[in-house]
Design a binder for this molecule. Structure first.
Ligand code: TNX
Length: 691
């Protein structure tokens, strides 16, 4: 009897324990659903007996749901057509219950879960929400759990209630550049899976550019038309449209290498081996070139059913056109005149873009172009992708264009996401932490309600100059993609970053489950030991004879001697940037002081046109008026073989006593092997120390 009682107690304890540990779904996911109303009813239990019932046309959605549940919980769900069953998970479309496309509602009762969509995409997003709500089974996260688990032990409780959700923007996209570094098809499919998990519906595939090689090593590949058709179908199953981009008329050197007669000089050209913008562009005055491009666009439209075709238009230098007899003759023939806003060559680019827009529109599609296409007379129907900030987008919306916001200031995921660049995989530069992405307000307040309707979407871009492998693409995307998703789907006016980070934690379980590489800075905030030892210059009055560039001036001269060392990327706020003139700072010690040593730090990021200083001069003065030089030092220019990074520069001189010191730090011009050859390089300097 005693034994039996003990056994019963043990069984009860076990039951209580397993019950307590039953995983419970949490609807606080990304993007955060707009309406979640829960009630106290007994939760729905999702287990291996749960059946997915789908309405005709939603068979694929049912398969996705079953696949996700098997990924997350290790149980597969059976799928059957829906005929009024009263149990299981039901997928159906009831368009009349919604005012908006892609909307969904999930209704959880103790016996049944109904995922109802305005359309199939809505059902798909409802499934994504459910998928993201279910905690990843400890079977995957804790290997100790792997023993003796019975199928019947696995389940997840879905709290009862109603979730209603719909997107804020109809265009929710991400871009990928497989030109600078080729990305194999299977990896592109994984990228599409990542987009699907984040309720995105547009994948911008940047298919042509100047480069295709790096260093001297061949790096590349190609997609066949059949592979692309397969990819398009793969994306379409996940409610994602693939927008092909053929970048015109610049960023075309790789094409010119194959077809030199399409350029102004006739070549020979090489597929470009360095980063930047090539001056060799398509010859706009050559009819054969135009016919070639029309052919390419038609071929692209044969393969891609996308309602949007991206025709580029960014960064097209006009130097060849200015000297090309054919381009000049075309300008004459078209009667193009320069005016006080734009050059004749700018209008020649508009001619190319508008001509190609007609080819695209003749097949019932719309063109997208980068915001440069506003420079001239752009076709009224073109959609503008605003990348050089939001100004282009604002101007375009005022002119009645539809706009996609993709500003480099907030949505260029090829930039660094941490200030500690020494610990990061090398990338193009910049500094764009998750926090900054999350701050982005895509809807410009200065627009009228009518104009606001033209802001149709938001997109982030991943350029791959410095990204040679797909793991690095993922690392750059995650978790910044979470912030992007919330902006695209919800665009909340008030944003709570801490709550957002908590929602990201659950996403990390999914990253790990699917073996996605991700950056974890937001979960491990960095603390810097980044002050310099107090020295003669620290916090003394400082003036600059010429101000830094406006966008890199931050708190002004005081940044240079506030005791905090320059850190991270050039736009971290910890550096002052100068271009085309020296940094010329005067520090007032307020009383005579003896000195013999000046030291400062500067940042080099050659791809971003930032070079080391060319020279430093030190001058001293007793009255702050007359200065005399005590030291001068030349610094050799950094070469591509040298590492980029943060470097200290020092000058020693004979001890001298004075009340003022003046430090003049000059910059180089970009050298011949740089794409910006001849332009002044930037210098970024911080913390001038005097001892
Ligand atoms: C600008 S964004 C470019 C790309 C580069 C990118 C690097 C745009 C339309 N053009 O060609 O890859 O910057 O961040």
């Amino acid at each position: 009897m005693k034994k039996l009682l003990l056994f019963c107690l043990a069984a009860m304890a076990f039951a209580a324990c397993t019950k307590e540990q039953l995983p419970v779904a949490d609807y606080d996911i990304i993007p955060q659903p707009k309406e979640v109303r829960l009630n106290e009813e007994k939760p729905f239990e999702l287990n291996f007996k749960t059946v997915v019932y789908y309405e005709a046309g939603l068979e694929r959605e049912a398969m996705f749901l079953s696949e996700y549940v098997s990924n997350i919980l290790c149980i597969g769900l059976n799928q059957h057509e829906y005929h009024g069953q009263t149990d299981g998970i039901v997928l159906n479309i009831v368009s009349e219950d919604f005012t908006q496309a892609e909307a969904y509602e999930i209704n959880v009762t103790p016996k049944q879960v109904i995922i109802k969509g305005a359309d199939a995409a809505g059902v798909f997003y409802g499934i994504q929400t459910l998928r993201k709500s279910i905690p990843v089974s400890r079977l995957f996260t804790d290997p100790q759990q792997n023993f003796n688990v019975k199928l019947s032990d696995i389940s997840c409780q879905l709290p009862c209630g109603t979730i209603r959700d719909w997107p804020n923007f109809s265009y929710r996209g991400m871009h990928l550049d497989p030109c600078r570094h080729f990305i194999p098809l299977d990896s592109v499919k994984v990228y599409i899976d990542m987009l699907a998990m984040h309720n995105m519906n547009q994948f911008h595939f940047h298919l042509s550019d100047d480069q295709g090689w790096y260093d001297t090593i061949r790096h590349g590949g190609f997609y066949t038309q059949d592979e692309l058709r397969d990819l398009i179908e793969y994306a379409a199953e996940r409610h994602i449209n693939i927008i092909p981009e053929i970048d015109l008329p610049g960023h075309m050197q790789a094409a010119l290498a194959c077809y030199p007669h399409l350029g102004c000089t006739g070549g020979p050209y090489e597929v470009w081996k360095r980063w930047g913008v090539s001056e060799d562009v398509l010859c706009a005055g050559n009819e054969e070139t135009m016919l070639f491009v029309e052919d390419v666009l038609n071929e692209v439209m044969d393969v891609f059913p996308s309602p949007y075709i991206h025709i580029g238009g960014d960064e097209c230098p006009k130097v060849r056109w200015e000297k090309c007899p054919k381009c000049q003759a075309k300008i004459k023939e078209l009667g193009i005149k320069k005016d006080d806003k734009f050059t004749a060559e700018d209008y020649l680019q508009s001619y190319v873009m508008n001509r190609m827009a007609k080819v695209v529109e003749a097949r019932g599609r719309r063109v997208i172009g980068w915001d440069e296409i506003l420079e001239g007379n752009v076709s009224e129907t073109a959609i503008i992708m605003s990348w050089r900030g939001t100004e282009g987008g604002i101007e375009a919306a005022r002119k009645g264009h539809d706009v996609i916001m993709a500003p480099s200031s907030h949505l260029y995921f090829d930039y660094y996401q941490s200030e500690d660049i020494a610990s990061e995989p090398m990338c193009i530069g910049g500094y764009l932490p998750v926090e900054r992405v999350y701050e982005f307000q895509p809807m410009p307040e200065e627009l009228t309600p009518e104009q606001k309707k033209h802001i149709i979407g938001v997109q982030a871009n991943i350029w791959t100059e410095y990204i040679a492998h797909f793991w690095h693409v993922q690392y750059m995307a995650l978790p910044r993609m979470e912030a992007l998703t919330e902006i695209q789907w919800n665009n909340p006016q008030e944003r709570d970053f801490d709550a957002f980070v908590e929602r990201c934690r659950h996403m990390v379980q999914l990253y790990e489950l699917y073996h996605y590489t991700y950056a974890d800075h937001i979960f491990n905030p960095q603390v810097w030991a980044d002050t310099v030892e107090a020295n003669l210059a620290t916090s003394k009055p400082i003036t600059l004879r010429q101000q830094p560039a406006e966008q890199y001036s931050y708190e002004g001269a005081v940044v240079l001697n506030d005791g905090n060392l320059g850190r991270g990327a050039y736009n971290s706020g910890r550096w002052l940037g100068f271009c085309g003139y020296p940094l010329d700072a005067v520090i007032d010690f307020e009383q005579p002081a003896e000195m013999q040593h000046v030291r400062f730090h500067a940042l080099t990021n050659k791809g971003a046109w930032i070079y080391n200083p060319s020279q430093v001069k030190v001058l001293v003065s007793d009255d702050g008026e007359t200065f005399h030089e005590v030291a001068q030092k030349d610094i050799p220019i950094s070469t591509w073989a040298d590492k980029d990074g943060i470097f200290a520069y020092e000058v020693d001189f004979k001890p001298v006593t004075a009340k003022f010191v003046e430090v003049v730090i000059s910059g180089y011009n970009l050298p011949e092997d740089h794409s910006g050859f001849g332009n002044p390089a930037w210098i970024f300097v911080d913390e001038i120390e005097v001892e």
